[in-house]
Design a protein around this ligand. Structure first.
Ligand code: HEM
Length: 159
């Protein structure tokens, strides 16, 4: 039997397989409590041969300083459902659910597990849209006493 290609677009991750690949690009971050910033980013969605994708994200400030990183799993369910688990080194264990429709993934946190020194984040929403070789996403959050609003938006291209 042929081994399954690591970047196969078919396979058991079905409804999310359009995400598989290495994506690189730039983003812009805002929040009322911080200075706006620009960043470079790499996102890797890997097929695993199991019915979920492995996910790894890294980002850097424009002067090369490492910024946020996170890793997790994206799991398609029945009828366009999506389940996500992501660990962030800033003390968050995110459990999110949502949908995938026409290459738009839209998930919101069901639970933000937080270590005792993590910032207060009560809700996180991630929307990812893929058109051809371009991946755009936005992340909104309700955090540090602020209402739900944008923290990040970025545009990446298939590397
Ligand atoms: C590309 C990914 C991300 C980048 C580049 C990024 C960058 C930043 C930067 C530069 C700051 C301000 C300085 C600091 O506190 O470190 C910040 C603050 C913050 N970010 Fe992000 N972030 C990212 C993703 C996330 C995610 C996924 C969350 C969800 C939990 C998050 C939650 C926060 C919070 C809660 C703050 C603190 C706001 C405050 O204390 O006023 N960030 N982020």
């Amino acid at each position: 039997m042929e081994p399954e290609s690591e970047l196969s677009t078919a396979g058991p991750a079905g409804a999310l397989s359009f995400l598989v690949g290495v994506w690189r690009g730039e983003g812009h971050g805002v929040y009322p409590t911080i200075d706006a910033f620009d960043y470079d980013e790499e996102i890797v969605f890997s097929a695993t041969g199991k019915p979920f994708l492995a996910y790894a994200q890294r980002s850097w400030a424009k002067d090369g300083r490492p910024l946020h990183v996170e890793t997790g799993y994206w799991r398609p369910g029945d009828q366009g459902a999506v389940e996500v688990t992501i660990a962030q080194p800033t003390g968050f264990a995110e459990v999110a659910e949502g949908t995938v429709v026409d290459r738009v993934v839209d998930v919101s946190s069901k639970m933000m597990g937080r270590t005792s020194t993590a910032k207060e984040v009560s809700l996180l929403r991630r929307v990812i849209e893929v058109k051809g070789d371009v991946l755009e996403y936005r992340i909104d959050m309700a955090a540090v006493g602020q209402p739900m609003q944008n923290h990040l938006r970025a545009t990446l291209r298939r590397a």
